[in-house]
Design a protein around this ligand. Structure first.
Ligand code: PMP
Length: 381
């Protein structure tokens, strides 16, 4: 028997209270019993999204939420701008292509993220663009984007700002209303501490107006239909009732701690991981690192896939490797969702042992020592 912990940027560990909620008897989605459950979920989602806008729940993984945003906002032939700084930025372009949207794809170095200046330049070049498609945390590289700054640039134009916050919502500060982000997409299996299977999409009045006038190429993923049902406290199709019950349990836990405190914990844990890994000789991959997932460049002689395998199969801790051209070059570690400070010490300890087993010249205890020192200065208790 081995205890398994996920240190991945999704799916993440699910707390016992949420697992127990998933096991409750099924309530019919059109029965009066479900009405207060769904209302609580709608309000809870507004709490985590920091918005008064409606937040649409969808039965799909995060990509379904991205597809719903593109196809509901834009009509075939419309122009959009997407930033490709990793796998998930690339996905915006691929969704647009699949639905006949004219997408201007701006490729940037995968170790960087889009700046407000870049978006301003692109919008000047393409004043007819109807949407700017961004990625808050690019999970494939660990990079965080300045969505607050980008929102200021987009606000003065006719375009809507759409942000993929699938991995970041609930882990990094994201102020949907204060910053003025029109559409925010997230998924259940990340900081919300639920199993995979749901996406959530917030819609501002500016975005809703665009949705109402679009000649959308969508049916099941129509945000227009979903918003109409949401106003009547329901879903257009059979909702994932057990997941919604579990969502309420998860948001109750989030509310108990407080979103700001949770953001702080993610910062603390990611900082400790960065410090521990720096002491082990693993440099950061991204120049704008997030607290969602830490991407580390593998030094010469370290086999990344062997490291991931040892961590998982020998020590029971799942981390991930790189994707596409970063395969074998980086590893990615996330203390996302239901992970605490002392879990990070165990993780760095295991990583250190896995590196020592590959013949790395790191000094035993140096990584754990650095992570511990970091936590000791940042933990208030
Ligand atoms: N965007 C980002 C930033 C993600 O991290 C992920 C999931 N790793 C997705 C989109 C896609 O979500 P899903 O796999 O749930 O469809």
């Amino acid at each position: 028997m081995m205890k398994h912990t996920l240190f991945t940027p999704g799916p993440t560990n699910v707390p016992p209270e949420v697992l127990a909620a998933l096991g409750r008897p099924i309530v019919h989605h059109r029965a009066p019993d479900f009405d207060p459950v769904f209302k609580t979920a709608r309000e809870g989602l507004q709490y985590v999204f920091r918005t008064r806008n409606p937040v649409v729940p969808l039965t799909s993984s995060g990509t379904g939420g991205m597809e719903a945003a593109v196809t509901s906002l834009l009509s075939p032939g419309d122009k959009a701008i997407a930033i490709e700084g990793g796998k998930f930025g690339e996905r915006w372009g691929q969704i647009c292509k699949a639905f006949g949207i004219n997408c201007v794809i701006e490729k940037i170095d995968w170790s960087t993220s889009a700046t407000p200046e870049l978006i301003e330049k692109l919008l000047r070049q393409h004043p007819d663009a109807k949407a700017v498609l961004t990625t808050h945390c690019e999970t494939s590289t660990g990079a965080l984007t300045d969505i607050e700054g980008i929102a200021k640039v987009v606000a003065g134009t006719g375009a809507v700002l759409v942000t993929d916050a699938v991995s970041s919502l609930g882990a990094e500060p994201l102020e949907t209303d204060k910053w003025g982000v029109d559409v925010v997409v997230t998924g259940s299996q990340k900081a919300l501490m639920l199993p995979p299977g749901m996406a959530f999409v917030s819609v501002s009045p500016k975005a809703e107006a665009m949705i109402q006038s679009a000649k959308s190429a969508c049916y099941y993923f129509s945000l227009k239909k979903a918003l109409k049902s949401l106003a009547e406290n329901t879903t257009p199709w059979t909702g994932p009732v057990s997941m919604i019950v579990a969502l309420n349990a998860a948001i109750e836990l989030i509310r108990k701690t407080g979103l700001e405190k949770i953001w702080e914990r993610h910062t603390r844990c990611a900082t400790a991981i960065r410090q521990g890994c720096a002491a082990l000789g693993l440099p950061l991959f991204s120049k704008s690192p997030s607290n969602v997932v830490v991407a580390l460049t593998m030094p010469e002689g370290v086999d990344a896939s062997k490291l991931v395998k040892t961590m998982r199969d020998t020590f029971g801790m799942t981390i991930t490797g790189g994707q596409e051209h970063l395969k074998g070059k980086i590893i990615r570690i996330a203390a996302l969702g239901f992970v605490e400070e002392f879990d990070v010490l165990a993780l760095i300890g295991a990583l250190e042992m896995a590196l020592l087993r590959q013949g790395c010249a790191c000094e035993a205890g140096s990584g754990v020592g650095a992570a511990l020192k970091s936590l000791n200065t940042t933990m208030s208790i």
